[in-house]
Ligand binder design. Sequence first.
Ligand SMILES: Cc1cc2nc3c(=O)[nH]c(=O)nc-3n(C[C@H](O)[C@H](O)[C@H](O)COP(=O)(O)OP(=O)(O)OC[C@H]3O[C@@H](n4cnc5c(N)ncnc54)[C@H](O)[C@@H]3O)c2cc1C
Length: 395
Amino acid sequence: MTTETKFDAIIIGAGAAGLMAAMTAGQRGRRVLLLDHNAEPGAKILISGGGRCNFTNREAPANRFLSGNPHFAKSALSRYKPADFIALVDRAGIAWHEKTLGQLFCDGSAQQIVAMLMKGCRDAGVIFRFDTPIASVSRQSMFHVKTEGREEFRAPALIIATGGLSIPKLGATGFAYRIAEQFDLPMIKPEPALVPLTFDQPDLPLMRGLSGTPCEVVATAGKTRFREAMIFTHRGLSGPAILQISSYLKAGDSFTVDLLPGANAREALLATKRTRPRVALRTALAEHLPQRLAHALAPEDDQAPPIGETSDKVIGALAERVQNWRLTPEGTEGFAKAEVTRGGIDTRALSSQTMASNDVPGLHFIGESVDVTGWLGGYNFQWAWASGFAAGQAV
Ligand SMILES: Cc1cc2nc3c(=O)[nH]c(=O)nc-3n(C[C@H](O)[C@H](O)[C@H](O)COP(=O)(O)OP(=O)(O)OC[C@H]3O[C@@H](n4cnc5c(N)ncnc54)[C@H](O)[C@@H]3O)c2cc1C
């Protein structure tokens, strides 16, 4: 337990961004206090990537991030690249592998990433205080942080790294937004992103009936498209393609799903009609899609004619449903299931170099609390590392 009360920088939030900022500032000789209300650091790192932490992506260009200002993230991302984090992981002797689409995971456990960052912080002299809820923050000649345990710490720099609202049961709170409000910083409304979508009539019964069925799809909203896996759920749709497209949808927006990417369902069905006219339509479709899915899309009774006696119009309509299925979600599964929060502290209020407020000197916001939201695939951690590094270099 520390008896010191004055530091060069206080960081609130010992997640990905806060740990990186603390280590970076500590390595520069700064006296750093890192506070968190959770008993342990890095709760989200530990559960990320199915317990193996998709800690970055081979490439992290700014166009893989959503933000009110798409240019904002460029500076921090260019000064701390995926290769920098990979070098850190390699120096720590952590074995890793690449999965699809440049995604890098630990061979062993996400715990190794937390241990690496904690060791980096310890070696750099960072003081930790976990299990420490914050009572108030104020700014006089310095920032004063009072804990619920009635301690008070002071520093000329305060870094808010408390993340967004997703997964409250892991300790997520709206703390960063409350601090932004207290200091009059503008906000973009926080909303669930990378989140499963929910549906009601007429689509839900079919989706519920297919619950657990995976398939590869292209999900498209406007000019944005993702070719990845999708899975039907008892509430609607999930899987990487759906999580990705969810970040681009506003309430009431629709999007399309191509269940047969790279193929032409209409031509394939018409070819079967010509060459094997006695085959049932659903059987013909099941040659291209998982059987459960094909049967759900082309339900038939005993009287249904074989494909040879089915009109081209009916075949065309089925093909259109397969390749251009227009869907309007009823909503999302919310912050309880969202991998991230989009929106947050408006980047117009922050320096892209230091992540500091333009109007409140010394007050920095990093990581998911800021209106920068990555795609699925290691990008959100890369933003946490890069923004944490930028602030850690500046305090
Ligand atoms: C299930 C799941 C899997 C994910 N997998 C991946 C993945 O594989 N790859 C990837 O790139 N991204 C992944 N993400 C997203 C990634 O975890 C986050 O974007 C990232 O952790 C954000 O880092 P952060 O430091 O900003 O916030 P967090 O990591 O959320 O850290 C915030 C910290 O602040 C603390 N805190 C919050 N409120 C308070 C308060 N009031 N007082 C004190 N402390 C507080 C919290 O306890 C926490 O320690 C995943 C997210 C989830 C939910």
